[in-house]
Ligand binder design. Structure first.
Ligand code: ADP
Ligand code: MG
Length: 256
């Protein structure tokens, strides 16, 4: 585990939308440096949970503690500032910028002088930018994009663009990554490759990961623990082997 990665403790989290309870007293704990999968049928509340964890939605009740910090009620930029990074389901990289420049944007929260100063060509800013570019190249190599740095992000195949988004999130040096369907839309080969990168993020970088994913092969391969939601309730939890054989989980997926 990377030093300084605290546990994430979600307790009794409740979210309501006009009459609909999207999350009903949901709780789970993500141990430092592990992959925790959040699974469940469509409408179960997975994205709502991510939206609360990242500060986009306000919870009606409950708490989300990341180490000693309470995240509920904090705005998204404060949560990001604590080292929580999120990757959205849809592509969000600027398509015309090079991969290197797109990844550099991911380091914005770590810049001291800021890219405005860099634009003004102050020597201190130039030094800082060189250091950031060196780290960006390291991270690109780590996810297997070392040979794409000079290409426009939008010119890469879909699977590599998704990897570039993962790389951009890593550029913020997060302690917790929220991945919303990271392999959706990928070919079998891209899925394998992305799963290996995610395992590397956990094993080599020690970063905690909450994984929402419909590909059960990927979930079973990667998850150290699984929480199963259905209609906003936690219906099962445990290791992937445990939840796979849980009758309540089988029923939820069969839609009985
Ligand atoms: P999942 O990601 O597991 O498919 P969601 O968290 O997106 O599920 O949705 C859970 C429930 O909350 C669904 O019934 C959905 O329609 C509802 N919901 C999600 N976001 C909103 C919103 N902003 N306003 C109203 N209802 C919402
Ligand atoms: Mg969703």
């Amino acid at each position: 585990t990377a030093p300084g990665v605290p546990p994430l403790r979600v307790r009794d989290l409740t979210v309501r939308f006009a009459g609909l309870t999207a999350l009903d007293a949901v709780g789970f704990t993500v141990a430092p440096g592990t992959v925790h999968a959040l699974i469940g049928p469509n409408g179960a509340g997975k994205s709502t949970c991510f939206n609360v964890l990242s500060g986009v939605y306000r919870a009606r009740a409950g708490s989300v503690r990341f180490g000693e910090h309470e995240l509920t009620g904090l705005p998204p930029h404060r949560i990001a500032g604590l080292g929580v990074a999120r990757i959205f389901q849809n592509l969000a990289l600027p398509p015309r910028a090079t991969v290197e420049d797109s990844l550099l944007l991911g380091r914005h929260r770590l810049t001291r002088t800021g890219f405005l100063a860099a634009g003004l060509r102050l020597p201190s800013a130039a030094r800082e930018e060189r250091a950031h570019r060196a780290r960006v190249r390291e991270i690109a190599a780590f996810v297997g994009l070392g040979d794409c740095l000079d290409r426009p992000a939008g010119s890469l195949p879909y699977g590599r663009q998704k990897l570039a988004e993962l790389a951009r999130a890593l550029c913020a040096e997060p302690r917790l990554l929220l991945l919303d369907e990271p392999v959706a839309g990928m070919t079998a080969d891209e899925r394998r490759r992305t799963a290996a990168v995610i395992a590397g993020v956990r094993d080599s970088l020690g970063i905690s990961i909450v994984l929402v994913e419909h590909d059960m092969g990927v979930v079973m391969r990667l998850a150290d623990a699984v929480t199963v939601l259905d209609f906003g309730r936690r219906i099962a939890g445990g290791t992937s082997a445990e939840v796979q054989n849980d009758p309540a989980v089988v029923r939820a997926y069969l839609g009985e």
